[in-house]
Design a protein. Structure first.
Length: 258
C-alpha cells in the first residue's frame, strides 16, 4: 500500500484504490505521482490484464483536484506526464481500465473516470465538470473526452453549466455502462472484468487500440484500413490458434497473452 493509494491483485486483475477519504479522495501532486507509478507498473506487467480504479469509502470516487492543498501553497510541480491519477494523459496503455465509481466524481475525478474504458456507477454517484464555477476549466481531458463520448450538445450542457449529473442520467447520456446499488460498484466492476478476462487479452487490446485510434482519422475507410500494432501482435500470438482449437475441442481456451 502506498501513502495515498493501495493496490491489490486478484489473478490477472489489478485493483487500484485512491486512499484519501478524508478529502473525498481528491488528489494532490504527490498522490498523482504515486498513481502514475502504479499504472506504469500495471502497463508493464505482462501478467496483469485488466485494472479497476475506485475510491476508498462510500462517499466519493474522487472529488478532483485538492484545491485546499493548492491554495495553501502545496507543491504542484510533481504532476506526472501521464496526467491526473496517472491516467488522463496516458495514451500508451492498450489494457482495459474500469472505473468503479462509488460516489462523487467531480472535476478531475470525473476526468479520471472518462479516461477509463468502462464506467460502472453506484446509484449515489454524481458526475460533473464544475471547473467554470471556480474560474477554471476541465483541462485533464474532460473537455475533449466528454463530447466524443456523448455528443457535443449534451456535453456542452454539462460543461457550460458545471451541473451535476446522477448515475442514471449518466447511463442515459451514454458515459455510464451500468448503474448498481450503493456499495456495489466495485463488485460489479469485478464482474465486468471477469467477462473481459474470458476473452483473449491481445484481442481485447487490439480492439481497444483500433477503436480509439480509429476515431482520430478522417474517414471510416481510413479507420478500417489503419495499421494497429496490437492487432499485429494478436495475429502473431499463440492465442490466435488457441481460440479456434478450444472451440473445436469444446473446451475453455487457455490464453497466454503472447
Amino acid at each position: 500500500m502506498g501513502e495515498y493509494s493501495s493496490v491489490t491483485r486478484e489473478g490477472r486483475l489489478t485493483i487500484v484504490t485512491i486512499e484519501r477519504p478524508e478529502v473525498m479522495n481528491s488528489l494532490h501532486a504527490p498522490g498523482n505521482a504515486e498513481l502514475s507509478e502504479i499504472f506504469d507498473d500495471f502497463v508493464a506487467d505482462k501478467d496483469q490484464w485488466v485494472a479497476i480504479v475506485t475510491g476508498a469509502g462510500d462517499r466519493a470516487f474522487s472529488a478532483g483536484n485538492d484545491l485546499k492543498y493548492t491554495a495553501t501553497g502545496g507543491d504542484t510541480s510533481m504532476m506526472p506526464a501521464t496526467g491526473f491519477a496517472g491516467l488522463t494523459s496516458r495514451f500508451d496503455n492498450p489494457k482495459p481500465v474500469i472505473a468503479a465509481v462509488n460516489g462523487i466524481a467531480m472535476g478531475g475525478g470525473f476526468e479520471i473516470a472518462l479516461a477509463c474504458d468502462l464506467i460502472i456507477a453506484a446509484e449515489n454517484a454524481v458526475f460533473a465538470l464544475p471547473e467554470p464555477r471556480v474560474g477554471l476549466a476541465a483541462l485533464a481531458g474532460g473537455m475533449h473526452r466528454l463530447p466524443r463520448e456523448i455528443g457535443m450538445k449534451q456535453a456542452m450542457g454539462m460543461m457550460l453549466t458545471g451541473r451535476r449529473v446522477s448515475a442514471e442520467e449518466g447511463r442515459q447520456l451514454g458515459f455510464v455502462n451500468e448503474v448498481v446499488p450503493v456499495g456495489q460498484a466495485l463488485e460489479a466492476a469485478k464482474r465486468w472484468a471477469a467477462e473481459i478476462l474470458e476473452c483473449a487479452p491481445l484481442s481485447v487490446r487490439g480492439s481497444k487500440q483500433a477503436a480509439i485510434e480509429g476515431m482520430n482519422v478522417p474517414s471510416l475507410e481510413a479507420a478500417i484500413n489503419g495499421k494497429y500494432d496490437q492487432i499485429q501482435k494478436m495475429f502473431k500470438s499463440a492465442d490466435v490458434r488457441e481460440g479456434p482449437l478450444a472451440f473445436a475441442e469444446k473446451r475453455s481456451p487457455n490464453w497466454k497473452g503472447e
